[in-house]
Design a protein around this ligand. Sequence first.
Ligand SMILES: [Zn+2]
Length: 204
Amino acid sequence: MSNFLPDIKEIAEENGLLLRKARNQYKALCLFHSEKSPSLYIHPEKNIFKCFGCGEGGGVIKFKAKLENKSEQEIFEELKSQNKKSYKASRYLHPAERLTSFQFKAMSEVIPDLCNMKGKPNWDFIRKFGNEEYLYFRSKVWRHWLEFLDYEKKDAEMTLRFGIRGNSVNEAIKEIKKREKLLGVTIFNQSMIKKTELMVEAIG
Ligand SMILES: [Zn+2]
């Protein structure tokens, strides 16, 4: 089974992580939270990752799923059926560069700093300005995207809160799922209900 699993170091590099050797592991700036010094560790032999900043960790499928905003099941199926050629076609794109026009537009509406940008940036063009500018802009976009997802999560929690108070949790979940589908990301999880229920109990 493990033969079709990709190499976690390769996945990290494809996603633009700058890896630094740290004993038998590699460390990099974490893509799942915003940080200035690297706390994401990749263990190539065990094919696992762990961030000591935000606590994310797991195997290569989870890593790939998180980077591509897909479910682990989706990644699993993809890997199973994928031929090498199509796999190579998606290489060397940082997740910031994979954001769609719709995702970019949605983010720009919420993050004032990106408001003056119309649509998806032309990454090929930006790369021509030089590597430093390109990396700076890319990390800025990605930081904003994570910030945007935080907003979305808060929105979803608010929707849930109204749902719980109005005895219409299922409708609330449906609404959140609709938003997720539109944005192409996963925001909702079961623990969110528990947390929101406690919040409603505490402050109404
Ligand atoms: Zn992290």
